[in-house]
Ligand binder design. Structure first.
Ligand code: ADP
Ligand code: MG
Length: 701
């Protein structure tokens, strides 16, 4: 079967029909034959293996037991009756329970004859039970086994309601193999298959859906995972190579007087080694004739701003303008003030452009930008407006990139005929495991060192019951002249409710910390921008001691005198958010604290998150834990990268296969960059098909 007939709509498969086709489409995204063969089982059950009753575990799913029913009886319960059978093997006994269909069971069940039962076990009062087991006489069960490993496909409630059970999917898969004779076009090259001892495509497809043995299943899984990761990497790496070849960039070959003057006379501290290394990496990019597209990762407080500033000075030294875009006004203001101070006496023109800048002031900025009198522009989204035209923008820096989308990034590209160099800075560390697969097309620099003299933030977990002690602690810190953040969760779906939490919290804190001794700021998303600025300003200038806020303060806010971060309902926050919030303190010379408040009811996962926060301040370590807990789905950038749409490989568990795939892609592109060799035609063709149909990897970026 050629690969185009795998594009046959699924409705034509015998046994599907329009109704099922629609359900398969809406529930599993299956539109074509191809989509169906790429529906891979989540797991397999070995139908030849039986559990002994004394081996059962609490709450295990998919348990198969061989035994006999010795008794059956009805038991009265609050509402109606349940039917309970005693089921025994040579190691013990358990119960089978029915709430529905009791009459039929009673009439049809045979006592003292071997049955195979299958289902999920519960454990009550010292006895295992299985509600509504699937059951079969042992004789029939063994006749029916064709394959030892029974695949279990992804399912949804709607699928089972519409009668598309696992058995049905299995049947459809068989039908597909009949219609295609199980021949699938090879998608990897001969040398790769040989070198890695991979199964052929057809053999792998057969064994993933109808495994003949555990060994063959493992080989099939390896081959298909490798293939999937191979093509994702091929796409990422070719894109990167293409960009380097095609996209010419301004050549900043000079390190001039401004940079040197700043470095020698104005830099208020010694750069850390990590900062020096990153600046060197950036300089290499800027002098390479190709456009820079670099991601700068560094934990909160690692000193990214100074790197950004020095990169901008390089642009100016080479006769270009630079801009720095931040996700919020608060942050843009802060950058502007900080950078202005650092540059005082350097002779550089710098301006701030945000939504609140008045029209007349704006006009001046526009003019000075176009004439080139303005060297650095700092601001928010306002920078993206069409009216903002540079004379020669050479460098665009984006801070805290997770707040901006790809589209916005590309808007910056088009401010000139040649795209400016782009530096994206983020404080949300991407675990090393993921960075490679996510950002294969971006270059990455990491600041993995904090400036010297920082005292690690002390983090503790406290239950709500200890609130009085926490408040006493706050009073002591305020007495010492420190300031306090108290943060409430804000989760979009229940914004009204969260808002209420915040206001209740504010009211209760106002009672415990009354005027005139205490002044409190409040900050949340529903305030007008002027009010936000006002509240923020009062806190920054020390007029208020306590800032009650939602997560709007999460990003970038810098108030060095604030040394205590209290996070209410901390169990409701994700790890990376907790870490970002904690990063708001620990910015001054004083010992800082982070107090995670929760109720007593905690899920195991919430407990792990809190323990992780208490144990470590290292953003990368936290990101690794986060990745293990949540999978890659919620991490920044994953939506754009396609790793989410992996059909069979797992970006975390299959990291070794990923590395192998990456290695082979690099080797391939080195030896045969445009895939012209005869032996590589199959790869070129498959790659073209993937891009054309986008049905295996919905890879867009
Ligand atoms: P972030 O990476 O979170 O954006 P910032 O750039 O805001 O961090 O830096 C945090 C603080 O550390 C700032 O007050 C900055 O002046 C200071 N800082 C940065 N680099 C150094 C350094 N090498 N030595 C001492 N202090 C530094
Ligand atoms: Mg920053």
């Amino acid at each position: 079967m050629n690969s185009n007939s795998l594009q046959t709509p699924i409705v034509y498969l015998k046994g599907v029909g329009p109704n099922r086709a629609e359900t398969l489409q809406s529930e599993l995204g299956i539109h074509t034959y191809q989509d169906l063969i790429n529906l891979f089982p989540n797991r397999y059950i070995d139908k030849t293996q039986y559990y002994k009753i004394n081996q059962l575990q609490r709450n295990s799913a998919d348990v198969q037991v061989l035994g006999k029913i010795t008794h059956i009886k009805s038991v009265e319960q609050k509402k109606g009756k349940r039917l309970v059978a005693t089921f025994v093997d040579d190691t013990g006994q358990m119960e089978l329970v029915w709430f529905r269909g009791q009459k039929w069971i009673r009439e049809n069940i045979k006592l003292n004859i071997p049955y195979v039962i299958f289902g999920r076990t519960n454990f009550y009062n010292g006895t295992f039970s299985m509600p509504h087991p699937e059951m079969e006489l042992q004789s029939e069960h063994e006749k029916g086994i064709q394959i030892a490993m029974q695949p279990i496909y992804p399912s949804t409630e709607k699928l089972s309601n519409k009668g598309i059970t696992n058995k049905v999917i299995n049947k459809l898969m068989q039908q597909l193999f009949i219609e295609t004779k199980g021949h699938f076009k090879e998608t990897l090259s001969e040398p790769l298959l040989k070198e890695l001892h991979l199964l052929s495509k057809s053999k792998a497809m057969f064994n993933i859906h109808f495994p003949k043995s555990t060994e063959l299943l493992a080989k099939a899984q390896f081959r298909l995972k490798f293939e999937e990761l191979f093509y994702v990497q091929l796409q990422l790496i070719s894109k990167k190579l293409l960009r380097k070849q095609k996209i010419k960039g301004y050549n900043f070959d000079k390190v001039g007087t401004i940079f040197n003057d700043f470095y020698k006379n104005h830099l208020p501290f010694e750069l850390t080694n990590a900062q020096k290394r990153v600046i060197k990496e950036i300089r290499t990019d800027l002098g390479s004739n190709a456009q820079m597209n670099r991601l700068l990762q560094g934990d909160v407080g690692s000193g990214k701003t100074i790197v950004a500033l020095m990169t901008m000075l390089l642009a100016i030294d080479n006769g270009f303008q630079a801009c720095l875009m931040a996700p919020t006004e608060i942050l843009a203001n802060q950058h502007f003030n900080g950078i202005k101070e650092l540059l005082s006496g350097v002779g550089i023109e710098i301006a701030l452009l945000t939504g609140s800048v008045k029209k007349s002031a704006r006009r001046v900025i526009h003019e000075n930008l176009e004439s080139g009198d303005l060297h650095i522009l700092i601001g928010t989204h306002a920078l993206l407006e069409d009216k903002v035209q540079f004379k020669n923008l050479g460098l665009a820096i984006i801070d805290e990139q997770h707040r901006f989308g790809v589209a916005q990034r590309s808007k910056l590209w088009h401010k000139n005929e040649m795209p400016p160099h782009i530096l994206v800075m983020t404080a949300t560390p991407i675990p090393r495991t993921l960075a490679m697969s996510l950002y294969g097309d971006l270059d990455i620099s990491v600041i993995d060192e904090l400036p010297p003299g920082r005292k690690p933030i002390k983090t503790v977990h406290r239950y709500d019951a200890n609130r009085l002690k926490v408040f006493a602690f706050i009073r002591d810190e305020i007495k010492k002249g420190r300031q306090i953040y108290i943060v409430y969760p804000l989760i979009q779906e229940s914004e009204a409710l969260d808002y209420k939490d915040l206001m209740d919290g504010y009211a209760s804190i106002s009672r415990d910390f009354p005027l005139p001794d205490y002044q409190i700021s409040i900050l949340h998303g529903q305030l007008k921008p002027e009010d936000k600025d006002y509240e923020m300003e009062r806190f920054v200038s020390g007029k208020t001691q306590i800032m009650v806020a939602t997560t709007v303060i999460e990003v970038g806010v810098n108030v060095p005198n604030a040394s205590v971060m209290i996070i209410e309902s901390a169990e409701r926050f994700g790890l990376s958010q907790l870490h970002q919030l904690r990063g708001r303190v620990g910015r001054g010379a004083d010992q800082s604290f982070c107090i995670l408040m929760t109720s007593h009811k905690l899920s195991a996962e919430a407990k792990t998150r809190l323990d992780t926060m208490v144990c470590t301040n290292d953003g990368f370590e936290i990101a690794e834990v986060d990745l293990k807990l949540r999978g890659p789905g919620d991490l920044m950038g994953t939506q754009q990268s396609g790793v989410l749409n992996l059909k069979i490989a797992d970006i975390i568990k299959d990291n070794d296969i990923l590395k192998a795939a990456r290695f082979h892609v690099l080797q391939l592109l080195k030896e045969d960059p445009s895939l012209q060799k005869e032996e590589n035609h199959v790869i070129r063709y498959t790659y073209a098909q993937l891009i054309k149909f986008k049905n295996i990897w919905n890879y867009i970026s």
